[in-house]
Design a protein around this ligand. Structure first.
Ligand code: MG
Length: 240
């Protein structure tokens, strides 16, 4: 099994700074979105991406190691906020894929998430969101109190309920998935999903062969569609 990947990021058409960060290194592919309204969101997202990126190059990673890396990232962001008063209160999302040590049934990865950035999986022509957003609106949808259509325009849709840097302990969701040739994963910040619906994302992922070009095309399309937020995409292909 081979893994090919590509990544792209853009400040967008409105924001002055790009507070998104990503890591795309062998075995670790993740996106972090430093939070708007917080000081130094770009520092928080960079610390998160770098810290989880330290799992790259290992062949013995277990799900607990991914959780521990997220905890280390949270601690490092909190520490950086203590060291620099102007950065206190910064926060970030973090989501992505970490390749795990092979299990008895073959290659595996952990999909991890905290916040409202997302991981999608395209397999057999079908695109599905693997992660669950940690925000007020997604929780209302999950409880059956809002429709997807209502959620898309709801005033609380940007209120993140879990993130790094904002609490002493930050618990990610971790889902172990079996890896198989033909899968294509996408990790992205909400600047992408704000501008492109699932069908548009699926069209690009289904039609652009190279992961590097697919990531660039997604980001370019999101900026062209309005670019109201920073946009980041990491595309990861599992090949035979
Ligand atoms: Mg964002």
């Amino acid at each position: 099994m081979r893994i090919e990947y590509g990544a792209a990021t853009d400040v967008g058409a409105v924001r002055e700074r790009n507070e998104d960060s990503y890591v795309a290194r062998p075995g670790v592919y993740a996106v972090a979105d430093g939070m708007g309204g917080h000081a130094a969101g770009d520092l928080a997202s960079r610390i998160a991406a770098e810290t989880v990126g330290e799992l790259s190059g290992r062949d013995d990673v277990q799900p607990d190691d991914v959780v521990a890396a997220v905890h280390r990232a949270n601690a490092a962001i909190l520490q950086a906020g203590r060291d620099r008063p102007e950065a206190a209160g910064m926060g970030t999302t973090l989501t992505g894929i970490a390749v795990l040590a092979g299990g008895p049934d073959g290659p595996r990865a952990a999909v991890f998430n905290i916040g409202d950035s997302r991981v999608y999986l395209l397999a057999d022509g079908h695109l599905e969101q693997v992660t669950v957003d940690h925000n007020e609106v997604a929780e209302l949808v999950a409880a059956g109190r809002l429709s997807e259509e209502q959620a898309a325009v709801h005033p609380l849709r940007n209120v993140v309920t879990r993130s790094l840097g904002t609490e002493r302990r930050a618990e990610p969701d971790v889902l172990v998935v079996a890896l198989a040739p033909g899968q294509r994963f996408l990790a992205c910040s909400d600047g992408l999903t704000l501008e492109l619906d699932t069908a548009a994302i699926g069209n690009v992922l289904s039609s652009v062969e190279s992961p590097e070009q697919a990531a660039a095309r997604l980001v370019g399309d999101a900026v062209a569609a309005g670019g109201r937020d920073n946009v980041t995409a990491v595309v990861v292909d599992i090949r035979a």
